[in-house]
Unconditional design. Structure first.
Length: 269
């Protein structure tokens, strides 16, 4: 790890990465397309304006830093040009991808669906997958294929309350934002260049299970209708991730979704 870290795209996850990164790095810079508007919680001298679609901002990224890339790495041409230019000369590069990269059919005959590990095929037609894979193969990026992120202010129970999701057989894989922030720093330190890691708590649940929990514990019912024809979803295996965490004497703080939801929902009723 170098003395400096640049976080490209400082949104929800970056808010939790920043306090963990600051004791480990001499300088931590956070970027946004509108830093004064969106990064008021960051010291002014640590805010950087950066927009992949605006090449005039590329030289705002100083060379020779570790880089945590938090937004979708697309479109490919801009990703390539930025990475090849002066804007990206990092010692370590970690890219936040998505488990949606895996090319799993929308409907499958097997239920529950088989476990998906890092050897499963990915969909090369997806724009962000093209960018992630180019960075992984050509710049030694460590790609974190991240499941659904939840935490304070972003709870699956709220998604149910608002009718965004309803009961179905579809499996969902989740990771608490506090665990994700630890994983990002561990990947910068111990992730293998050019490797991909699934990021999930390792215990997928169906939306029916989560909706039942919401109703039984907090009296919250989804406005969405039950969907018995929903795709099966995926079950994301996280063994490779756990091994990396263990090598750095780290572990998941929130391996149990139910306990985590109790903490998130209880203060708000």
């Amino acid at each position: 790890m170098t003395e400096s870290l640049v976080i490209l795209g400082s949104g929800y996850t970056a808010r939790y990465v920043l306090p963990l990164a600051e004791p480990r790095y001499t300088h931590v810079l956070a970027t946004s397309r509108e830093p004064d508007k969106h990064l008021s919680h960051v010291a002014a001298d640590r805010r950087v304006r950066f927009d992949l679609h605006d090449q005039t901002t590329w030289n705002h990224i100083p060379p020779d830093n570790d880089v945590l890339w938090c937004f979708p790495a697309e479109p490919l041409e801009l990703v390539q040009n930025f990475a090849k230019g002066l804007g990206l000369r990092s010692s370590r590069l970690v890219v936040l991808g998505s488990t949606s990269a895996y090319d799993v059919p929308a409907q499958a005959s097997d239920y529950p669906p088989p476990w998906t590990d890092e050897t499963a095929p990915i969909n090369p037609d997806k724009s962000r997958v093209q960018g992630e894979e180019w960075l992984r193969k050509n710049h030694g990026a460590t790609v974190l294929r991240v499941a659904g992120i939840y935490g304070p202010g972003r709870s699956p129970i709220d998604w149910i309350r608002r009718g965004r999701v309803g009961p179905s057989r579809k499996y969902v894989n989740l990771i608490h934002v506090e665990d994700l922030s630890t994983i990002c720093l561990t990947a910068l330190e111990r992730g293998l260049p050019g490797e991909a890691y699934n990021v999930s708590d390792g215990t997928p649940h169906t939306w029916t299970e989560i909706c039942l929990r919401a109703e039984n514990h907090w009296g919250i019912q989804s406005a969405a209708q039950r969907d018995d024809t929903a795709p099966t979803g995926k079950r994301i295996a996280n063994g490779k991730l756990l091994a990396m965490l263990q090598s750095g004497h780290q572990h998941l703080r929130y391996p149990d979704l139910w306990s985590a939801l109790d903490q998130l929902v209880a203060p708000h009723g």
